[in-house]
Design a protein around this ligand. Structure first.
Ligand SMILES: *Cc1c(COP(=O)(O)O)cnc(C)c1O
Length: 390
């Protein structure tokens, strides 16, 4: 079994050796050294979010990203309140499920997976239903790779006096988000996405006044956002219940490495370059993108060349054997696959993996019908030309 491959998935993703090496140490959870690490992480995240500590605060929450989303939805929406869920993908649909499970009053405004919510329609829904107190949506919809316009929806939510919640799981750190300026009240992301840590906790950038006002509303004990925050604040960085120490150390290192790379400007530029190169080179091989507009820089959903039959499992095995794990599609009615371009992934990786696609197609007799050539060198040349033209 080949264990030596990089992940072209949207998280967990490929991390540096030095981030992984942080986990060789068994740190204790309660002393001042550890609490100082927690506090530093909380402060660093606020800075990345462009938030002032006098107005915003960071809460770290055990579990994967979904636990963070569930924590916010079940902690800040009271029994007599109601949330508007603007959805256009599986992660938006997951928020609907969370509300169903917790008995949270909600209305869903669903767009197809390749469309963004219409702000005028959001305004209309809020105008017609004054009982709506919260609006929630996804920033980077990892289902398709679409990047939603959260700034415009935030403006409408604010104009209606609503609290605005954003799942920026797969974008925070990889796309710059001025959280305070845009009026985002709760933003959720997790350790194993664009900051390039390993899985184990999520974090929530919170408008402190709104967080304080949510006291007593939580429907869950372990996911109680206010209580988690209260312990972190009261005990100067102590987590409520066991914290994922190894993951926290790795994340702390990942934040430092991000700073060394040049912060969000450098990281978002690297991801955007990866993404543009990937799309251009895959197009030269005959693959299309599912999204015709609103394509984000994190992950891309590719469609197969028309009339040609691919076996995803076969293609996956071929490429994984040679160093890269690709990702199945998550759309219900179209044959697609996805390629993420975040993590320790550079233009050389994009070049390499697209050459592997060409090799695979050549070996299976698919190159001619897709790229219009039987010669692999010609196909690679066409890809190089396409990425040089960017
Ligand atoms: C990764 C991700 C999540 C969280 O998923 P987990 O499997 O719980 O980590 C939530 N929303 C989006 C948009 C994501 O990309």
């Amino acid at each position: 079994m080949n264990r030596d491959y990089k992940l072209l998935t949207p998280g967990p993703l490929t991390t540096t050796r030095t981030v992984k090496e942080e986990m060789l140490f068994d740190h204790c959870t309660w002393d001042d050294d550890y609490k100082a690490i927690t506090q530093k992480i909380r402060a660093d995240l606020l800075e990345l979010a462009h938030c002032n500590p006098s107005e915003y605060t960071t809460v770290l929450m055990q579990g994967s990203g979904t636990f963070g989303v569930e924590s916010v939805l079940t902690s800040v929406i009271g029994a007599d309140e109601k949330v508007l869920l603007c959805t256009n993908g599986a992660y938006g649909d997951r928020q609907v499920k969370i509300c169903e499970h917790a008995g949270i009053d909600y209305v869903q405004y669903a767009e197809p997976y390749d469309r963004i919510p219409d702000t005028a329609h959001v305004a209309e829904i809020l105008d017609n239903d004054p009982s709506i107190t919260h609006v929630s949506m996804i920033h980077s919809e990892t289902t398709s790779g679409l990047l939603n316009d959260i700034e415009s929806v935030a403006r409408v939510a604010k104009a209606h006096g609503c609290t605005f919640i954003v799942d920026a799981m797969s974008s925070f750190g990889g796309v710059d988000i001025p959280v305070a300026d845009w009026g985002i009240d709760f933003l959720v992301s997790s350790a194993n996405k664009c900051i390039q840590g390993v899985p184990g906790f999520s974090f929530i950038i919170c408008n402190t006044a709104k967080l304080e006002a949510s006291r007593g509303k939580a429907r869950s004990l372990s996911l109680d956002l206010w209580d988690q925050w209260n312990t972190l604040e009261k005990d100067g960085g102590k987590w409520r219940y066991t914290s994922p120490t190894h993951v926290v150390l790795a994340f702390n290192r990942a934040l430092d490495e991000m700073k060394a790379e040049g912060g969000i400007p450098a990281r978002s530029a690297r991801y955007a370059t990866n993404n543009r190169m990937l799309i251009a080179r895959m197009k030269a091989l005959g693959f299309g993108t599912f999204l015709k507009e609103h394509q984000g820089p994190i992950i891309t959903t590719f469609t197969y060349p028309e009339g040609v039959s691919f076996d995803f499992a076969d293609m996956y095995a071929f490429i994984k054997e040679r160093g890269y794990a690709i990702y199945p599609g998550k759309l219900t009615d179209e044959e697609t696959f996805r390629l993420g371009n975040i993590g320790e992934i550079y233009p050389d990786d994009i070049r390499r993996v697209t050459e592997l696609f060409a090799m695979y197609m050549a070996e299976r007799g698919l190159l001619e019908p897709c790229a219009g050539t039987t010669d692999i060198a010609t196909a690679i040349e066409a890809m190089d030309e396409a990425s040089a033209a960017l």
